[in-house]
Design a protein around this ligand. Sequence first.
Ligand SMILES: [Zn+2]
Length: 110
Amino acid sequence: MPGTGKTLNLGDVYVAICLISAIAGGVIGQRKGSSFFVWFVISGVVPALGPLVAAVYRRETEEPLRICPGCGAAVRHYDALCMRCGTDLDYPSEEELIGPDPAMKVRARL
Ligand SMILES: [Zn+2]
């Protein structure tokens, strides 16, 4: 192999990619209101895929939401079961749906 010993150490490159990926995933996760640390770890363990998942996850939270009648948690409108308390959820009527920024609207209802 020509250039052996002069090329970048693949291990160092991989660590650098993981670190950049971890930071990118952490920032994306934090911006969507999730934990920086959780997405930092996920993106560091699964470089490239982690930030992608964080970005997709963020998009998912922009789906319409509704308030669980059992516990008051904001759940996605297509969920059939509350992830927090296990209440069965019928498909919501239009006025039960709330926008993609649940924090504001949930607070307004309390
Ligand atoms: Zn619930």
